[in-house]
Write a new protein. Structure first.
Length: 59
């Protein structure tokens, strides 16, 4: 039986996420009440990179 040659893995380059600047977190303003007053901010997961802080170059 002939041996199969292994393929070389393609190198995937990753770039820092432009939305969260590579931190994986973004801050959102918190608004309350009928007049929607701004009371502060809270951090959450970056939906662009899903918290990893890096996006692949093929996107």
């Amino acid at each position: 039986m002939a041996r199969k040659t292994s393929k070389t893995p393609s190198k995937v380059t990753t770039l820092p996420c432009p939305v969260c600047k590579g931190t994986g977190e973004v801050s959102r303003t918190v608004r309350v009440g009928r007049k929607r007053r701004t009371v502060g901010a809270q951090t959450g997961l970056c939906l662009n990179c899903l918290g990893s802080g890096q996006i692949t170059a093929d996107d």
